[in-house]
Design a protein around this ligand. Structure first.
Ligand code: ATP
Ligand code: MN
Length: 473
């Protein structure tokens, strides 16, 4: 870069992450970012910490009174101002940082009036930061979350791509409710003040799709179509649930990773899930050291130990019936009483993972009554080939199963769960033509991010959380 050539260009801009890894010492470089702090020294110079989001650390810039705008501008820089600095990178004599930038030029793009800029140097509560989602990625925590999400997304794709899985883009708008659970958001083009009616009900024949439609709650059924053509496939996309559960682990819009494999049974499915999680933890430990250290220091001091153990240790596998046995012998009092047939609640899941096994637990073979129609019925007729992966603190992070591949059993299950077989004609046909054992699971991306960051609330691991009553930003 020459002194004159200072066009605003991503190609010319040096990222702080690269600078701090030791490149460019002795060179003239250009950085752009936002001021975190400014401190002035009596000797006629100032220390300015700037961050550009490329990493957690700030770069220390030193500007002195030889800068033409030193008195007028540099001395009034505040947290949140955006700027461009051109200068020479030198090794730093100060403790705790490797390099510092000696500014020859500081150009301010945008000011941030400290009397009204909401992000000041002190720590802010996560609740408060949710109300300023347009500014919270400028904090250490939310910058780190964004980088961890990014690293995990890459690791998810690389895991499947290395194993020959084909990425399938399943639809966002769908005419079928995957689980018949009625927790779908409706998609309509109706003028809601003048909905065409027929026999006292909305006449969806007259709507955009000529039938009811909604936002997808899962890409699984469509992924099965491709698995039964291409073998191993996966989806990674947005998922929507209108369930009105105001919990720390439910969002109305979240991202789900769903592998689906032909010629695979429940054991193969669990093996894949375990290898998958281990790959993700390992990738993070290798690639997000600085951010993980931050979470370990400020959010959850057991985080690094946990992740390291979970890259190697085998996860516990046991059946639902075994779980009920363990829970009914527990000394702990549960809010929801335990008996065979009940669904596992978060308190049960946490007891298993935190008190009994202290590691992820894979629970299989749940009662058919509490699981969706598409899960393969076991020979006992009472249980299905389901698998949930439970982890400490979060509970269920993965839900999956071997799928019912027998036409008659599937039809019976559809009827038994009060779904309309006609709506599932194509799903049924997959069992009529070239059916094969197949299995898959869904990993909630945000639950994963919660787990690896230690953040207690799922609203803080997605950039713009959608929950009941919240759709701002
Ligand atoms: P839960 O019982 O925890 O509500 P679920 O059994 O309804 O979850 P599945 O239908 O099995 O969830 O979905 C697969 C995965 O998607 C879950 O294991 C979880 O990680 C994630 N997930 C499900 N619902 C939500 C949600 N509302 N917000 C965020 N993640 C979710
Ligand atoms: Mn589930």
């Amino acid at each position: 870069m020459t002194g004159k050539d200072t066009r605003l260009s991503v190609l010319k801009r040096n990222r702080i992450a690269d600078i701090l890894s030791g490149e460019n010492v002795g060179n003239r470089i250009m950085v752009m970012g936002w001021v975190r702090t400014r401190r002035d020294s009596k000797g006629g110079f100032s220390f300015i910490e700037i961050n550009d989001g490329s990493c957690l650390s700030n770069l220390q810039v030193i500007g002195d009174d030889k800068l033409k705008n030193y008195d007028k501008e540099v001395l009034t820089l505040q947290t949140g101002c955006s700027l461009r600095v051109v200068g020479t990178l030198v090794t730093s004599p100060a403790k705790g940082q490797s390099v510092e930038l000696h500014a020859e030029e500081i150009e301010v793009f945008g000011w941030a009036d400290p009397t009204i800029y909401p992000l000041q140097k002190k720590r802010h509560s996560f609740e408060f930061l949710r109300t300023i989602a347009h500014l919270r990625p400028r904090t250490n925590t939310f910058g780190a979350v964004a980088r961890v999400r990014n690293a995990l997304a890459l690791a998810i794709h690389s895991f499947f791509q290395e194993r020959g899985f084909i990425l399938i883009h399943t639809p966002i708008i769908t005419g079928s409710d995957c689980e018949g659970a009625g927790e779908m958001f409706r998609v309509t083009a109706f003028d809601l003040d003048h909905v065409p009616m027929k026999n006292g009900q909305a006449d969806f024949q007259k709507d955009f799709f000529n039938q009811p439609a909604g936002l997808t709650v899962s890409g699984q059924l469509e992924a099965e179509i491709y698995a039964l053509s291409m073998g191993d496939v996966y989806t990674f996309g947005p998922t929507f649930r209108a369930e009105n559960s105001n919990t720390s682990r439910h969002l109305a819009e979240f991202w789900m990773v769903e592998p689906e494999m032909a010629f695979c049974d429940l054991e193969g499915n669990i093996d894949l899930a375990e290898a998958f999680l281990k790959h993700l933890f390992d990738h993070l430990l290798k690639n997000c050291e600085e951010d993980l250290n931050f979470f370990n220091r400020f959010i959850d001091s057991t985080l690094l130990d946990t992740l390291e153990t979970l890259t190697s240790e085998n996860y516990e596998r046991l059946t639902y019936s075994e779980v009920i046995n363990i829970l009914s012998k527990a000394k702990q009092k549960f809010e929801f009483p335990v008996q065979w047939g009940c669904d596992l609640q978060a308190e049960h899941e946490r007891y298993l993972t935190e008190k009994i096994f202290n590691k992820p637990v894979v629970v299989t073979d749940y009662p058919r009554e509490i699981k969706p129609f598409y899960m393969k019925v076991n020979e006992d007729g009472k249980t299905v080939r389901a698998m949930d992966v439970l982890v400490p603190k979060i509970g269920e992070i993965i839900g999956g199963s071997q799928r019912e591949d027998d036409y008659d059993t599937l039809l019976e299950r559809i009827k038994e769960t009060n779904l309309d077989p006609a709506a599932y004609w194509w799903y049924l046909e997959l069992r009529k033509f070239g059916t094969a054992p197949h299995a898959g699971f869904g990993l909630g991306f945000e639950r994963l991010v919660q787990f690896v960051t230690g953040l207690p609330n799922i609203r803080d691991v997605i950039p713009f959380p959608r929950t009941p009553g919240n759709v701002g930003f």
